[in-house]
Write a protein that binds this ligand. Structure first.
Ligand SMILES: [Zn+2]
Ligand SMILES: [Zn+2]
Length: 353
């Protein structure tokens, strides 16, 4: 095997380079070396690369990926060479109070592939076997690389505790939004509304199961939702846009006793008008935060559920891939996304291109 590889490296905020670097070497008996076939860009990557920077730099970024096992450490038991796999990028400490009750994503002292330890936007990545999940047969590498957003969407929908026959609205059609629409339908919501500002995304949401789509740029989304529900409001709102326009709209879209889940990352203050505060108080609304996804084994491991539902075709992610790009084009691709030069949903880096 060759000894060097290409890797997308964050040098400093706003500055990416595709560098030649050593292929990591299996040393720890539980290490697994994976040849990366697809690595998606997460919304969190865009902010990390263009604005915030990572905890340590330079660092190889990328945590949403799938690939093939090419080498394993001496004590690896759970995976073998040639397995097609994805990985859960979180490495929880296992010691803190949250880890001890299985709430790993709330860990006080975690590592994370692609932001704190070397990531997967490269030809190869070294991971611990604990993090590895095998891809089921109908899940290809690109789909496997989307297990993370599929799990994050499931987590947000489960936070809302949706019941069969309920209604819901999803604000923001990024990859997570498109998948949230599908989870809501799969979990029994009969009336699912999707709100975005691009008609092409709204059309796609319809083909993926949305019952009503609203262009929030040209239509008053709250009024349209109130009209659709006979003035009552929907049972659940999931806010994924992280925008100052949709954050209050989420509150104003739900019925009394409704639930609002905030999941869209934002770097601005959350400002709610008095009308929204009134709705929270008088309607006894439940406002929830949702972060990442659950990898505890009970009641479900959301990553395993994500893989099952991609495998049985009930969660479709292939139509969400808007761009397939080369590692060498990292800087221009991130600028395209950050400055919104093109409409995109999931941008997939392909090390073999
Ligand atoms: Zn992610
Ligand atoms: Zn912990």
């Amino acid at each position: 095997m060759k000894s060097s590889m290409r890797a997308v490296t964050l040098v400093s905020p706003g500055h990416l380079e595709c560098v030649n670097t050593e292929i990591p070497v299996v040393q720890n008996p539980h290490d697994v070396l994976i040849k990366v076939h697809a690595c998606g860009v997460c919304g969190s990557d865009i902010a990390r690369v263009m604005v915030k920077g990572a905890h340590k730099m330079p660092i190889i970024i990328g945590h949403e990926f799938a690939g093939e096992v090419v080498e394993i450490g001496l004590d690896v038991k759970t995976t073998k060479v040639a397995d097609r796999v994805t990985i859960m990028p979180l490495v929880p400490c296992g010691q803190c109070d949250y880890c001890r009750i299985g709430e790993y994503t709330l860990c006080d002292d975690y590592e994370y592939y692609g932001s704190r330890i070397p990531g997967a936007m490269a030809e190869y990545i070294l991971v611990n076997e604990r993090n590895v999940l095998k891809l089921p047969e109908n899940v290809d590498y690109e789909m496997g690389a989307m297990t993370d957003p599929v799990s994050v969407a499931l987590h947000a929908v489960r936070k809302a505790g949706v019941e069969a026959g309920q209604s819901a609205v999803v604000f923001g059609l990024g990859a997570i939004g498109f998948v949230a629409v599908q989870w809501l339908k799969n979990l029994g919501c009969t009336n699912v509304v999707a709100v975005d500002i691009f008609d092409e995304k709204l059309n796609l949401a319809k083909t993926l199961g949305a019952d009503l789509t609203i262009n929030g740029k040209t239509t008053d989304a709250v009024k349209a939702i109130q009209d659709y529900t006979g003035g009552k409001g929907v049972d659940v709102a999931i806010e994924l846009a992280g925008s100052k326009f949709t954050q209050p709209q989420a509150v104003l879209s739900v019925s009394k006793m409704g639930k609002v889940v905030y999941c869209g990352i934002s770097y601005d203050d959350l400002i709610l008008p008095n009308q929204a505060l009134n709705a929270i108080l008088r309607g006894e609304l439940i406002i929830l935060g949702s972060w990442n996804s659950s990898i505890a084994p009970l009641p479900i491991n959301e990553w395993e559920s994500a893989l099952k539902f991609m495998n049985n075709g009930k969660i479709r992610v292939k139509p969400l891939i808007s761009h397939r790009v080369r590692l060498e084009d990292c800087q221009s691709v991130f600028e395209m996304m950050f400055y919104k030069k093109e409409v995109f949903t999931k941008v997939m880096f392909q090390p073999e291109l």
